[in-house]
Design a protein around this ligand. Structure first.
Ligand code: HEC
Ligand SMILES: [Cu+2]
Length: 297
């Protein structure tokens, strides 16, 4: 989709450049040439020719040419039924300020990362849980608004394996910039393996001791970890350790990053919807961090 939009954009730029050069050349010619006397009749005819030629014919032809290119491009971007059966379905829900990502037909949930198969069209159903967000992966396609109470469909197809950056593209509050979506396109078997690892993983054991208790009574009220808690107000943590960042781009998800996030998330991403838990001893947070690091299917 992004390629077609880019081609159309370059074609429009090329044509607009030609028009601009032609108008510039005519203007220079009109400025520089020696005035030549014309009768009132002649002047009227010349004026009429310019008004009709430059004001009616040229724009009509230009718009017709643009439409001839633009309509097929626009049609190609519509999620029309495909000959090979319905495409893979993924549901992406915007939250202030993170992304919920579901693979409904596989029963898999993740957050802040979107894994796609290469070379296969994917229908992404976008919506929002709070304010208007916008789903945008510039290298794959156009933007699609995420509107509460409404589901919009955007069809994407990654031509190459690799990592693409997605970003919320509708101002949704003070941490809108930290609403990054890590998009990764995997070859077909890599993608199936990614899904299978999440579907077939062994039951997750709770963290030992105080950490497990705290997680169950507090964190789990908001966060889901498959088989342990079913909070639905925060990013699913079942595969937390596989994410490149925490807080949707706020900090790298490594050993130190995770510990810092658990202590200082309100400094790293001020105003985010996870309440402070300053009274929890650091040792307990570190135990939780250690446990979260094992959540990698
Ligand atoms: C009131 C709900 C709530 C509670 C309770 C809560 N969190 Fe969160 N948590 C959130 C929200 C919302 C986010 C996403 C913040 C953002 O990125 O804007 C989040 C983000 C996180 C992240 C980063 C996830 C990611 O993918 O970026 C981790 C890790 C985390 N919380 C761990 C915990 C732990 C551990 C506890 C318990 C000590 C806890 N949370 C308690 C709401 C909560
Ligand atoms: Cu936003």
């Amino acid at each position: 989709m992004a390629r077609e939009v880019a081609n159309l954009w370059w074609a429009m730029l090329g044509f607009a450049t030609l028009v601009w050069l032609a108008v510039g050349a005519l203007w220079l010619y009109a400025m520089l040439r020696r005035p030549r006397p014309v009768s009132g009749e002649q002047a009227k005819r010349i004026n009429r020719a310019w008004v009709i030629g430059g004001g009616v014919v040229l724009p009509s032809v230009s718009i017709a040419v643009l439409l001839a290119f633009g309509l097929p491009t626009g049609r190609g971007m519509l999620p029309l039924p495909l000959a090979g059966g319905p495409p893979l379905r993924i549901q992406v829900t915007g939250h202030q300020w993170w992304w919920e990502v579901r693979y409904p037909d596989a029963g898999v949930v993740t957050a802040n990362q979107l894994i796609l198969p290469v070379g296969r069209p994917v229908d992404i159903e976008v919506t929002s849980a709070d304010v208007i967000h916008s789903f945008w992966v510039p290298r794959l396609g156009g933007k699609m608004d995420m509107i509460p109470g409404r589901t919009n469909l955007i069809r994407l197809e990654a031509a190459q394996a690799g990592v693409y950056r997605g970003q919320c593209a509708e101002f949704c509050g003070t941490q809108h910039a930290f609403m990054v979506l890590h998009v990764e396109a995997l070859e077909d078997d890599g993608f199936s393996a990614w899904l299978a690892r999440r579907q077939q993983r062994a039951p997750i054991q709770p963290a030992p001791g105080a950490a497990g208790e705290l997680f169950e009574t507090r964190c789990g009220q908001c966060h889901r970890v498959a088989g342990l808690s079913d909070g639905n107000r925060a990013p699913d943590l079942t595969d937390l350790a596989t994410r490149p960042t925490l807080g949707a781009g706020a900090i790298a998800n490594d050993h130190d990053g995770l510990r810092r996030w658990l202590r200082e998330h309100q400094t790293l991403k001020h105003g985010n919807a996870m309440p402070r838990h300053d009274e929890v001893p650091d040792a307990t947070l570190d135990q939780i961090a250690q446990w979260l690091e094992t959540l990698a299917p």
